[in-house]
Design a protein around this ligand. Structure first.
Ligand SMILES: [Fe+2]
Ligand SMILES: [Fe+2]
Length: 198
């Protein structure tokens, strides 16, 4: 017989803390990234495969969540971080990759060119942006894609979160392969979508 699970006070507190943090991240994403989240581009992002097992949309959400989470941690250490810039930068960083098969002739070309295209998409969605936000998007591929190095704490956050999330996409994908959990990716996509819907 399965042992019943009793949640201890400590575990409950940890769970509640996590839930509160998730809500706070979600609120910040909606507050600062509304135009991007409600865009046709973001809808399309969930249709395009990315990092073998993921989609551009799922990857984008992982990057955005992780970036905001790192921003909170740094703010706690009294390091000044612009959360609005991080949100817009993270949500838009890979939107220029949409339609990659038609746009780019090689993976190399894609990795060099898509950050500029992402800036163009971001401009269309949110209008004029501070230079800092454009730099976050344009420099996120560093040190790959012949990208210039991040030039702000916000750009460094998104660039680091991008790498971390890319690895996560691939590892989660390998779990799908190894365990044969066929609908894992689909469920994950739904989970992330629902998280935003609330
Ligand atoms: Fe990218
Ligand atoms: Fe990315």
């Amino acid at each position: 017989m399965r042992t019943p699970y009793y949640e201890s006070t400590m575990h409950r507190q940890i769970r509640e803390k996590r839930e509160n943090r998730r809500d706070r991240i979600r609120n910040d994403l909606e507050l600062y990234g509304e135009e991007v989240l409600n865009s046709e581009e973001m809808r399309q992002a969930f249709e395009q495969t990315h990092h073998t097992w993921s989609t551009v949309g799922e990857h984008t959400f992982r990057v955005a969540f992780t970036s905001v989470l790192i921003s909170y941690a740094l703010k706690k250490l009294n390091i000044k971080v612009s959360v609005p810039a991080v949100v817009v930068g993270a949500l838009c960083h890979d939107l220029g990759i949409l339609g990659r098969k038609d746009k780019f002739s090689s993976a190399k070309e894609m990795s060099i060119e898509h950050p500029k295209d992402s800036v163009a998409v971001a401009r269309e969605l949110v209008g004029e942006m501070p230079d800092k936000t454009e730099d976050i998007i344009e420099r996120h591929m560093w040190p790959a894609g012949q990208s210039k190095a991040p030039n702000s704490i916000e750009a460094a956050i998104v660039s680091a979160a991008d790498k971390y999330s890319a690895v996560k996409d691939i590892i989660k994908g390998s779990e799908v392969k190894e365990t044969g959990v066929k609908y894992y990716v689909r469920d994950e996509k739904e989970k992330i979508r629902n998280l935003l819907k609330g």
